[in-house]
Write a protein that binds this ligand. Sequence first.
Ligand code: AMP
Ligand code: MG
Length: 490
Amino acid sequence: MEVTNAGWNFDNSYAQLPESFYSKIEPNPVQDPKLIIFNGKLAEQLGLDKKALQGEEGIEVFAGNSVPEAALPLAQAYAGHQFGNFTMLGDGRAMMIGEHITPDGKRFDIQLKGSGRTPYSRGGDGRAALGPMLREYIISEAMHGLGIPTTRSLAVVTTGEPIYRETALPGAILTRVASSHIRVGTFQYVAGKGDDLDELKELAEYTIDRHYSYIKEEGPERYLTLLKEVMKRQAELIAKWQLVGFIHGVMNTDNMALSGETIDYGPCAFMDTFDPATVFSSIDTQGRYAYRNQPAIGAWNLARFAETLLPLIHEDQKEAIKLAEKELGYFADFYYAHWLNGMRKKLGLFNEEKEDEKLFEDLLKLMQENKADYTNTFLALTFDKEYEGTEDLLKSSEYEEWKKRWQERLERQEQSNEDSQQLMKDNNPAVIPRNHRVEEALKAATEQSDFGVMMELLDALSNPYSHENDQQEYCKLPETDQPFVTYCGT
Ligand code: AMP
Ligand code: MG
């Protein structure tokens, strides 16, 4: 086998951090790795050699069987509040092989998910099944297509080894690409270890250096600014989720990345019928992570982040709490401003009016009352025609009145109808990864080894705002009324 190193250009800044932040690990080779899907476009953007990666050399790396030059496998330590309960966690089924530096100098974590046991595996086998890894691949790439910050997926390989859940399933490994894997839970882990302020400061400085290098403040003000900037990114991210009807499903603090990227696609799903109480995850029996709760949970998680920073914010803890609380108080404003701005675009509005908020809330109320499909309602408004799941809404007299108000509102701005429609097209996707389409693709892949359905879906998801005719079929709704249920992908 000719080894070219496939364009990998590894550096390991995380391994320079205190040793307690991670565990160096040995790869866990697998029997018979096969490449199932490979993201050529992403490989190109990363400056990697597509040909080498799809050959034996690349597959051995994706499988964790060989380690590229200068890579340094490690599992990261972290803690987290899972459904509100604090737990020690860490990468129990993932291995960071290193940070790849692209030709234009960008740094990305390359992580293998499903790569075997680590010191943080607790009772788990460290492995993952093919279905959930393909699911993460599809949804993460869909989010990227929608213009929402997210980790990316470079490849999925099967391991040739079964894993045992309720039944035996084919084992698989996802290669995940992320701006970093620093989580709220990483800070919770370091802050919770004791009172080594130097280590906490080191993590905060590392995070600033990697994601917020524009923060120039010095002294305690520096960490308050870090809190504010992290909050801003989360507010924008969660507003983007809400605007497309994305439900993360497991917004534990270990699944909130400080980079502001969406991370950890487990029981996530997109909402069809608009209902703020929508929950898909089988384990979320209380609806903690329901659609309508996502902004408030974001704020809750950020409060946990703020707690870890208190000793850096002020030496007097009472003062630190006061300062952090004041900052946290702005989250709702940040979030709402992004959401309003996004709704304006979805409805073709270029300027702001005081009554906009009421206009949007009234539409959502009517959508809920008429059990309208969220995505298709915005398409119906964009193209002024009926879409599946909008029939009852469009028939209702209240909607007629609402539409009149909206049209009068459009008339009051100087932009043309064409400009408004273009803005709406750019902000209302024709294609989202609807649950029944994702399930259909996964079923074909895992039961018949037919990957064509998934490839076609991925292709459509890569360009959701183009509004081509052949995208119409992605507006179709599932034939069943059965509520969709998701499971954590372990
Ligand atoms: P997640 O629900 O994917 O965010 O995972 C929560 C925690 O459980 C993380 O620390 C994972 O590393 C760990 N975990 C999930 N699945 C496994 C597994 N099969 N083996 C070991 N640890 C796991
Ligand atoms: Mg996780």
